[in-house]
Design a protein around this ligand. Structure first.
Ligand code: FAD
Length: 291
């Protein structure tokens, strides 16, 4: 089923993002995770892919598992930064043969030492390429409420985003953010720019030391004082960090749903317990706005 059709029937979608196991890992662990996530009845689950050499080798396998074994609609990520047109054509053929309806078209992060694509510099070119090949996929794109780190300013970023949407994107999933006002300001800019496709807000709960280290240290995401206090207080207390992180994410989501957001995309990092706790916290609100 196309995700764009889901937006036609629901005010606010509820989706999860997972990553596939390593090429050599056995399938049972991820199957248990996917089963537990499927019990939470998300509208769809997206499956990341690596921008490097291994590409989307297991993305399609896990996307198929979601749909065939658990009845959950998958959204398969596809990056182009290290791919030729021939590589992308081969991936599109596999996605199509696997009966995947929804693809998230991404440039991918630059990997030091990897040869850049001779054919694709940005995601809008990938979107145009997929549309030009005549595939019937729904194509989602990424967007950045705090601005993409490579962008000189918000105006340039929004103009580039508009180009990507005009190339044929049917909805946008946002990068994680911890200050809802950034998302609300971003939504106003989209409206001013005439970008009208639905946008899902990306929420990544800070529930573990390793996630905190990655988000605070590597992504450059803005960390509000409220989160800094939470991290300083509970960084070395795993149970309390888990509780505080779930509470913060829930609070963000309640505010976003109340403001009428078109969807929440929860970066669950394959942690079905966190996904379950947060889903339980907000399920009655989701049911209410979708009545
Ligand atoms: P683009 O849309 O190409 O934008 C990248 C930068 O280029 C921006 O600064 C933009 O303003 C600028 N730009 C865009 N178009 C043009 C143009 N035509 N001319 C000049 N400048 C332009 N990475 C992975 O490797 N695998 C994943 O599975 C994955 N999943 C993600 C899921 C989501 C929801 C998000 C938000 C990100 C994900 N990423 C993933 C990370 C993503 O690949 C990086 O953020 C990457 O740096 C940008 O990808 P993009 O598709 O947004 O690129």
């Amino acid at each position: 089923m196309y995700i764009s059709d889901m937006f036609g029937t629901k005010k606010t979608l509820w989706s999860f993002e997972i990553f596939p196991p390593k090429p050599t890992a056995d399938i049972d662990g991820i199957k248990r995770t996917v089963g537990a996530l499927a019990d939470l009845r998300p509208d769809y689950v997206s499956v990341t892919c690596s921008a490097g050499g291994s590409g989307n080798s297991r993305t399609i396998e896990i996307a198929q598992m979601l749909r065939d074994d658990f009845g959950v609609e998958p959204l398969a990520h596809l990056t182009c930064i290290n791919s030729t047109k021939e590589d992308i054509s081969a991936s599109l053929e596999k996605l199509s043969a696997a009966g995947i309806d929804n693809v998230l078209a991404l440039r991918g992060d630059r990997i030091a030492g990897a040869a850049p694509s001779p054919d694709f510099s940005h995601a809008d070119e990938l979107v145009r390429y997929i549309r030009g090949k005549g595939y019937a996929f729904d194509i989602a794109g990424a967007c950045y409420p705090e601005g993409h780190p490579e962008s000189a300013d918000p105006v340039e970023d929004i103009n580039n985003l508009k180009r990507k949407v005009e190339a044929g994107v049917t909805h946008l999933n946002s990068q994680l953010f911890y200050d809802n006002d950034d998302f609300f300001r971003f939504s106003e800019r989209l409206a001013l720019a005439g970008i009208t496709v639905p946008v899902q807000a990306g929420i990544m709960p800070l529930v573990k030391k390793s996630t905190v280290d990655r988000i605070v240290g590597l992504t450059g995401a803005k960390i509000p004082n409220k989160i800094s206090r939470m991290i300083s207080r509970f960084y070395d207390d795993p149970d309390s960090l888990m509780e505080a992180g779930i509470a913060y994410a829930t609070d963000q989501i309640v505010d976003l749903i109340s403001a009428g957001v078109r969807g929440i995309h929860l970066y669950v990092m394959n942690n079905s317990t966190v996904a379950r706790r947060i889903t339980e916290n907000v399920s009655s609100m989701l049911a209410s706005v979708n009545r």
